[in-house]
Design a protein around this ligand. Structure first.
Ligand SMILES: [Zn+2]
Length: 125
């Protein structure tokens, strides 16, 4: 940038000319300076989708799951139904998957145990 009074070149951002001492045009400086961009500030993401399930809702869910037969119906309804809170849906699917795994495991272990018991009983005879 140059002094408007004497025409001397002065460093960018100078408040006064170092040749004649005239006050530099601040407006002009501002135009020449790179535009200051504020750093992107952290803003909490707007809430979207399903609301978080409360403890009370989970308790009601587990109480309903304690009812025989109704629990099987509800697990399938919550796992694959429409308009189900994703939290509830994920929990229902987790219970369904672990239930199937536990069922298979207990069936295998039960069969193994039955075979062992049969062997022992047949040897005692
Ligand atoms: Zn000057």
């Amino acid at each position: 940038m140059f002094c408007e009074n004497c025409g001397k070149q002065v460093p960018q951002g100078s408040l006064f000319c170092d040749g004649c001492g005239a006050k530099m045009d601040v407006q002009q400086q501002n135009v020449q300076q790179p535009v200051y961009t504020a750093p992107q500030q952290y803003r909490p993401q707007p809430q979207y989708g399903a609301p978080v399930m409360t403890v009370g809702q989970y308790i009601i869910m587990f109480l309903l799951l304690a009812v025989p037969l109704l629990n099987i119906f509800l697990i399938f309804k919550w796992s694959f139904g429409r308009d189900v809170n994703p939290n509830k849906k994920n929990l229902a699917r987790t219970i369904l998957i672990t239930g199937i795994v536990m069922g298979i495991l207990s069936a295998v272990m039960g069969a193994t145990l039955t075979n062992i018991l049969n062997d022992i009983l047949s040897q005692m005879q």
